[in-house]
Design a protein around this ligand. Structure first.
Ligand SMILES: Cc1cc2nc3c(=O)[nH]c(=O)nc-3n(C[C@H](O)[C@H](O)[C@H](O)COP(=O)(O)OP(=O)(O)OC[C@H]3O[C@@H](n4cnc5c(N)ncnc54)[C@H](O)[C@@H]3O)c2cc1C
Length: 576
């Protein structure tokens, strides 16, 4: 028998980003007597990607804009794969959430006459992006954290969730947690559990999301029996910094630099975008520019360390330093002078559009399990518009909080068997007891290279099949990897657990990508380079079924907006 602590809650929230904090605040506001715990792998309000949001938050605030326009932009951007009910929830709640964030103390940039300033962002038919300079995420998370601290919600900083606890009927009743500082386990049982751990886009060689994210939430959901959707849909940003072993490698140099006239060149000095989109050049869409940069590097026209160049020096040093102070500072930290010289960049993995299948109250197919934010799929379809990510995390976090408060009022607490806690702890301790000798960091780096080359920006069936075989081998090696037998702040142990999640998410990504025999949105296959217009748009669904997932497709329910004809998806019409 293992030793572990116990905690009984009404609501357990996993993740302290925008979705987790908003859920805690909403559930607490609904019923301040509820026992709510928020377990965070990092620290509350200081970890995750919501804090990293630079660009801003999309919401319809101007009378000349409309929910229909924001909705149509979101669906067209998503290649018609979005769950339209979720997308409608996003656009219709976002304006309310901006007002709510202001009540929490957020101050957004203003126009001279005192209204909230809204800037243009790619893929939008109206300027609707709310921001606080290029530190919008810090503004939001700092204020939300203050409110959570004042609310009486139980904070569990540096507690990573390892697995969901299920009852005899397959419902979810909490999670096994680990205090990363001490290595002690904590079985937190709860009537309702929210997974809001922020997705898993760090399984690629170059990646932008916060360092602790490893797809834990998606892996836990899948293993508990939750249905997952469109896991193949990953967004890459065209310009991630390339700075050797620095943690800043992969961090985003914002799109505004290209918008302002930034040039992209390869190692031969060519403005390569002329080969891919001679009309829009560097101002082409995010997915096309990312793919072009990747193809240049793969074709040997990048630098030795796998980069191309972003050059804004011709815009004038004063202009660049004044307009992009954050980006200038970021480059300076790694020895580049953005205002005066070309800077090395590469496409960088940015956002996972796939995830757990939810309804508009964030419920899943498993009783007691709710999912919100980047761990869920469906809102963005095949591609996410800039500015819709933080809107998603706060809108659906709020919805999840409201729904869970209602759910716990009517539901009874699940009974969780002690046996599964023992098994989960055994699994977590495995690398401390084995003697296989494999190095966990080497395995992680091989997965990242494999996913980058075979299941990344440019894919094909043979490559993905071989990637799946290689992932099987890497999974076996992962089981043979060993880490020092130390519980306190054991980073190798944490990495072993990260790789466990990453392997699951990587497999689901490759299987789902193989099932989609077309190119659409962020998913590009050289063996199927066009969208399949012979069938209505469909989603790829997956659920655990023994060792391999059960995979099936379902036509998208085009409840509100649909392509005019399957042959011509460039125009749309609203259904009454
Ligand atoms: C560099 C960058 C810039 C971005 N800019 C924008 C932008 O301008 N506009 C926009 O709309 N979107 C932007 N996005 C996307 C946006 O940040 C995300 O869509 C959104 O913030 C995700 O919110 P979340 O609450 O789901 O997750 P996050 O905010 O990422 O929070 C996840 C939380 O879960 C915790 N966690 C992880 N694993 C575990 C575990 N096992 N147990 C417990 N806790 C765990 C983390 O520590 C963290 O607290 C950007 C993303 C990046 C990477």
């Amino acid at each position: 028998m293992h030793e572990y602590d116990e905690m009984a809650l009404d609501i357990l929230i996993l993740g302290g980003g925008g979705a987790g904090l908003m859920a805690a605040l909403h559930a607490n506001a609904r019923d301040p007597n509820l026992k709510i715990g928020i377990a965070v792998k990092g620290t509350i309000g200081q970890s995750g990607c919501t804090r990293m949001v630079q660009g801003g938050y999309n919401a319809v605030l101007d009378p000349a804009d409309s929910l229909d326009k924001h909705f149509a932009d979101t669906i067209q951007g998503g290649g018609y794969l979005n769950d339209q009910e979720l997308a409608w929830s996003l656009v219709s709640d976002a304006p309310k959430l901006i007002a709510e964030l202001e009540r929490h103390g957020c101050y957004f940039d203003r126009t001279p006459d005192g209204r909230i300033y809204q800037k243009p962002f790619a893929g939008q038919s109206f300027d609707r992006t709310v921001n606080r300079g290029d530190l919008t995420g810090i503004e939001i998370m700092s204020r939300l954290k203050d409110s959570v601290v004042a609310s009486g919600v139980t904070p569990l900083d540096e507690h990573r969730a390892l697995s969901l606890l299920t009852d005899a009927d397959g419902g979810v009743g909490g999670a096994l947690l680990m205090d990363v500082r001490t290595g002690r386990f904590l079985a937190a049982t709860a009537t309702a559990t929210l997974v809001a751990t922020g997705g898993g886009a760090r399984m690629y060689r170059v990646a932008a999301p916060s360092l602790e994210k490893a797809g834990d939430g998606m892996a836990m959901c899948y293993r508990a029996g939750c249905s997952m959707r469109d896991m193949e849909m990953y967004q890459f940003h065209p310009t991630g910094l390339v700075a050797g072993a620095s943690v800043l490698t992969g961090s985003v140099l914002e799109e505004g630099l290209r918008g302002a006239g930034g040039l992209l060149t390869n190692a031969n000095g060519e403005r390569f975008m002329s080969r891919y989109d001679s009309e829009r050049m560097e101002r082409s869409t995010r997915d096309l520019v990312s793919r072009a940069g990747y193809q240049e590097i793969q074709a040997g026209r990048g630098t030795e360390d796998g980069a191309i160049f972003l050059d804004v020096s011709h815009l004038g040093a004063d202009y660049v330093e004044q307009t992009f102070p954050g980006m200038t500072d970021r480059c300076r930290e790694v020895g580049f002078d953005l205002a005066r010289e070309p800077v090395k960049v590469s496409p960088t993995s940015h956002f996972h559009m796939g995830g757990a299948r939810i309804d508009s109250s964030c419920r899943t197919n498993l009783d007691g399990l709710f999912v919100a934010g980047e761990d869920s799929g469906g809102v963005h379809g095949a591609n996410r518009l800039g500015g819709n990510g933080v809107a998603e995390s706060t809108v659906f976090g709020a919805r999840a909080g409201d729904a869970m408060a209602g759910y716990v009022r009517d539901a009874s607490r699940s009974s969780i068997s002690v046996g599964q806690i023992e098994v989960a702890i055994d699994d977590a301790l495995k690398p401390m007891t084995g003697n296989g000798g494999e190095n966990i960091y080497a395995i992680r780096s091989e997965i990242e290279d494999l996913m980058w080359e075979k299941v990344g920006l440019v894919r094909d069936g043979a490559g993905m099949q071989s990637a799946l075989d290689t992932l099987d081998g890497l999974a076996e090696r992962h089981q043979r990897a060993t880490v020092p037998d130390i519980r306190e702040y054991n980073l190798a142990w944490q990495e072993w657990l990260n790789v466990d999640s990453i392997l699951t998410v990587a497999r689901l990504t490759a299987i789902s990508a193989l099932s989609r025999a077309e190119s659409r949105g962020s998913h590009y296959r050289t063996d199927y380079p066009e969208p399949d217009e012979s069938t209505p748009p469909y989603n790829v669904l997956m659920q655990q079924d023994g060792e391999a997932p059960k995979v099936w497709t379902e036509d998208v329910r085009l409840a509100k907006l649909q392509p005019v004809g399957i042959e011509d998806q460039s125009e749309t019409r609203m259904r009454q």
